[in-house]
Design a protein around this ligand. Structure first.
Ligand SMILES: O=C([O-])CC(=O)C(=O)O
Ligand SMILES: [Mg+2]
Length: 221
């Protein structure tokens, strides 16, 4: 039996006890070697953490004024559900993929964060909303004449990470991790076990045990 009974409990547990390195270690152990999004995708604030369900959005490049500016962007935002994470990717990243108004929309709907494989803008106006956004950095260039959302709640690939709608997303200061839904119970249970054991190892080291002895005894580093 898992330690959690609902997504809400799972999210709380991950936030309380886990960190992306330890979960990434378990994914490696299970043969899932490509689950961290590109390193360039970083939080706006060091304290930002996202745990939730992936709601992917697919972007493409466009050039100049469009019949339907932004494509399906507003529809994609307006159907967001509680505890979901908006993850946008696609195109050559010639502009901002996120900003103030998008943040307010997603936050109001109960989504728990946005992760864009591209840039964000309106930085101070996003920051004051106190809602986590991860991106490749700041860039004010407007999106309406440069990109569109062409699909959402669909599979996407970011870097070499395949993302399905509903996959568990865990992002913190060290990285953005996608945990495939089909293995999430095993991954989180093993990660909790490892995180708890790491606490013991830390105590031993701080009490004078050598790291060689600690690794022999616990198999953890
Ligand atoms: O135009 C965009 O893509 C983003 C933006 O400025 C906002 O959300 O306020
Ligand atoms: Mg704006």
């Amino acid at each position: 039996m898992a330690e959690w009974k609902s997504d809400k409990e799972l999210i709380e547990l991950v936030k309380k006890e886990l960190y992306t390195p330890v979960v990434g270690d378990i994914l490696d152990e299970l043969g899932y070697y490509h689950q961290f999004l590109p390193q360039e995708i970083q939080p706006m604030r060091e304290s930002d953490i996202i745990v939730g369900r992936a709601m992917p959005a697919l972007m493409i490049d466009v050039y100049g004024p469009q019949k339907k500016p932004f494509g399906l962007l507003t529809e994609a935002l307006d159907q967001l559900q509680e505890n979901e994470v908006y993850i946008a990717s696609g195109g050559d990243m010639r502009c901002a993929y996120w900003g103030e108004i998008l943040t307010a929309t997603a936050k109001y709907r109960g989504a728990v964060g946005a992760i864009v494989n591209g840039f964000h803008r309106d930085t101070p106006k996003v920051m004051v909303q106190n809602w986590p956004v991860f991106s490749r950095g700041r860039y004010a260039q407007d999106s309406s004449v440069r990109t569109q959302v062409v699909n959402y709640r669909c599979s996407i690939e970011v870097g070499n990470v395949w993302i399905e709608p509903g996959d568990l997303v865990f992002a913190d200061l060290d990285g953005v991790l996608i945990i495939p839904q089909k293995v999430e119970v095993e991954v989180i249970e093993k990660a909790l076990k490892k995180a708890r054991a790491e606490k013991t190892v830390l105590k031993e080291i701080q009490s004078g045990m050598s790291s060689t002895e600690a690794f022999e005894k616990y198999g953890i580093l």
